[in-house]
Structure formats: structure tokens, C-alpha cells
Design a protein around this ligand. Structure first.
Ligand SMILES: NC(=O)c1ccc[n+]([C@@H]2O[C@H](COP(=O)([O-])OP(=O)(O)OC[C@H]3O[C@@H](n4cnc5c(N)ncnc54)[C@H](OP(=O)(O)O)[C@@H]3O)[C@@H](O)[C@H]2O)c1
Length: 185
């Protein structure tokens, strides 16, 4: 019997909701990090496969709690995630390294979709990942329509991330980041 694919998603009750639903349709069990259980439950029930969406209730600023949650999931699944989709605010710089440390036990290839805000594009930080990790970086841009600009909608972000997963793009900007002085205020 083939092994069941599993994904770990941070941001899945927000801008990455449609990514979680799409992943369940692609056959993944999806573990969704969140703090607000009501929001998670509402999101879960909006999907076609609510039984494939699992709650990971933890504040990602709490490194130890995050590590323990991930260890528990890895124990239940008998393996590390096949895919991680990460949207983590800059206020939690230790969260992704904490996750990566746990997943470094995995020897087979796996994929990290690292979603970052516009300003990260100009910093180009070097994210250190374990050897078998296929690292994919996604920058969130904005939409420029003639002289007007606006930030991306959740749907635009989720569709962009789904495209990155499907097409396996290495580095992507959803929307645009140029000209930077035209970004929305
Ligand atoms: N172009 C850009 O650079 C850019 C950058 C950032 C944002 N944006 C825009 O800003 C909007 C809002 O972004 P957002 O990140 O606030 O919203 P979001 O994606 O709607 O929500 C954040 C997600 O992360 C989870 N989360 C947040 N803090 C957490 C924590 N401490 N521990 C665990 N989970 C946590 C939330 O769950 P809980 O609510 O349950 O905690 C939720 O799933 C987006 O619609 C996007 O368009 C644009």
C-alpha cells in the first residue's frame, strides 16, 4: 500500500486556506497551525474533505510548544511531512528553524514552500534548509492597475502558491514588486 502524503501548513486558516483545501483534494492529510480554534473549525467545514484537515493549535512564537506539536504529529504519521507551506510573520524568527530542525530527520526529498512578505524580497535572506529539502521561495507582491495599486487578495495568494506547487517554480513573486514606490500604502 502506498504511503499517505502529508502536509504541514502555517497560515492555513488565513491566506493559505484554499491551498489547504486543494491539498486535501490532491490526497494530502493537511495539518494546519493556528491559534483560533473557531476559525479553524469554520475553515475545515468549508472544504470538500474536512476529514483530511487536522488542527495544530499552537502559537508559533512558543518554540518549545511548536516543537512538541510537530514531534507528536511525526510520531502519529510515522514520518516527517512531505510538504511544508510556511507563512510566518517576522515576529517569530525561530519558528521556521524549529520546524526545520525536526524535519531534518527525514532522509527522503521533501518540499518547503516559503511564503514571504514584499519587504523580504529586498533583503534576500539566506534560509538554511536540510539536505533533502527542495526549497521554493514565494514573495507576496501587490497588484498595479494603471496608477492604482492594491495588496493581493487571499485568493490571489493561494492561487499563486498552488501554481508554484504544481509548476515547481524555484522563486516566484505573486503580483509585482516593481516599481516599489507604487506599492499600496
Ligand atoms: N504583499 C505583502 O507583502 C503582504 C504581506 C503580508 C500580508 N499581506 C496581506 O495581509 C493580509 C493579512 O495577512 P496576515 O498574515 O495577517 O493574515 P492571514 O494569512 O489571513 O492570517 C495569518 C495566519 O497565520 C496564523 N497565525 C498568525 N499568527 C500566528 C501565531 N502566532 N501562531 C500560530 N498561527 C498564527 C493565523 O491563524 P490564527 O488566526 O488562528 O492565529 C492565520 O492562519 C493578507 O490578506 C495579505 O494580502 C500582504
Amino acid at each position: 500500500m502506498s504511503k499517505k502524503l502529508f502536509a504541514f501548513v502555517i497560515g492555513g486558516t488565513g491566506m493559505l486556506e484554499s491551498v489547504c483545501h486543494w491539498l486535501t483534494e490532491e490526497g494530502y492529510d493537511v495539518y494546519v497551525v493556528h491559534r483560533d480554534r473557531t476559525k479553524f473549525e469554520a475553515m475545515r467545514l468549508r472544504g470538500k474533505h474536512p476529514d483530511k484537515l487536522y488542527s495544530v493549535a499552537v502559537d508559533y512564537h512558543d518554540d518549545e510548544a511548536l516543537q512538541i506539536k510537530l514531534q507528536e504529529i511525526i510520531k502519529i504519521k510515522g514520518n516527517c511531512p512531505d510538504l511544508i507551506v510556511s507563512w510566518i510573520h517576522n515576529s517569530a524568527p525561530n519558528a521556521l528553524p524549529t520546524i526545520l530542525k525536526e524535519v531534518s530527520k527525514r532522509k527522503e526529498p521533501w518540499k518547503l514552500i516559503h511564503v514571504q512578505g514584499s519587504s523580504s524580497f529586498f533583503v534576500k535572506e539566506n534560509t538554511s534548509v536540510p539536505e533533502p529539502c527542495e526549497y521554493r521561495r514565494v514573495y507576496l507582491g501587490f497588484v498595479l492597475d494603471n496608477e492604482n495599486s492594491r495588496w493581493l487578495t487571499h485568493e490571489e495568494i493561494a492561487n499563486g502558491v498552488i501554481k508554484v506547487i504544481k509548476q515547481d517554480y524555484r522563486e516566484t513573486v505573486i503580483g509585482t514588486l516593481k516599481p516599489w514606490n507604487k506599492r499600496p500604502s
